[in-house]
Design a protein around this ligand. Sequence first.
Ligand code: ADP
Length: 351
Amino acid sequence: MSELDARGVDVTFGATRALDSVDLRVDPGRILALVGPSGSGKSTFLRAVAGFVTPDAGTIRVGGRTLVGDGHTVPPERRGLGMVFQHHAVWPHMSVAENVGYPLRRARWNRADREKRVSEVLATVELADFADRAPDTLSGGQRQRVSLARALVARPDVLLLDEALSALDEPLRANLRLMLRRLAAENELTMVHVTHDRDEALAIGDQVAVLDRGRLVQAGSPAELDSSPNSEFVARFLHDAACVPGRMGDDGFRSDDGGLLVPTQALDFPSGPVHGPAHLALTPHGVELAAQPTGDAVLPVEVVTSLYGRAGRTVICRSGDLEIRVLTQERDYVQATARGVRVRRGFVYSR
Ligand code: ADP
């Protein structure tokens, strides 16, 4: 049971700042989900922890032991970490048990201990009956569980998962999310799970950290990120927020075109108080459809289309250049009726 502590980690590739002074801490036995758009530096962070990339600056410690920083670097094979990638790397010429036992053979465990540990870990990933099978007779989800078992077999201090579920289809993917949560809790295993999928990040992480162009922009519990995105970027990335340009004044937020006034009591300021030029971020949960294009806190819109979802129907509306998503509880929404969007709750950020 070990904590992971990264401080001031910088990584540059030529002119690209892949990580810019990143601080991240994961408590022992907890899962950190690292999320962000493609190219934001997620894999680079994992590779820096694993030892495949050496940071230009910063320190990374696991359980108080320095892996990199303070003038020294521990080689990857001595870091005591497990890693699982998007595309499972199981060897086709070895059985499931041989694949899983391979790291122990390299570490020169004796045969009896090896067999005992391999069957233990295969049971953990629910593959006890598959020990003698050849990997090419398994499904994608089963093969990914072989990779997971192999990453776990030597009892790593920290498990690093790089888009490890991204190649799997539902419902397998959902089952593996549950398995990871169970493994973390039962084995008090610290995990970093990298994903570009925001719903997966919120579902799986005890803590969620959002990266944007190499910088850590917000970290917190899933509920904190969900209810209080601290920047326009996070509001857009996590919530598909539409951002209306305008100004914050004494009576509330007024859009630049003058058509929308939202009173202060309907507004939240997750990044602190705002005066003057501002953006109002509208999330699908914070707005509702209005029959008329005018009224208090109403923006005139045209309905474009809608998408069915289990949490309700998402109606896509257009107001000038802005695309606004509205979550409704109506299942069979008839799109012709709405002509406005009313703001019930909005986030305001300085611009
Ligand atoms: P993510 O995992 O979030 O998609 P990456 O960590 O892979 O992002 O990449 C972060 C940035 O660093 C990107 O701009 C990427 O092009 C760049 N990068 C990553 N690895 C290398 C490399 N080996 N050489 C040059 N540039 C790289």
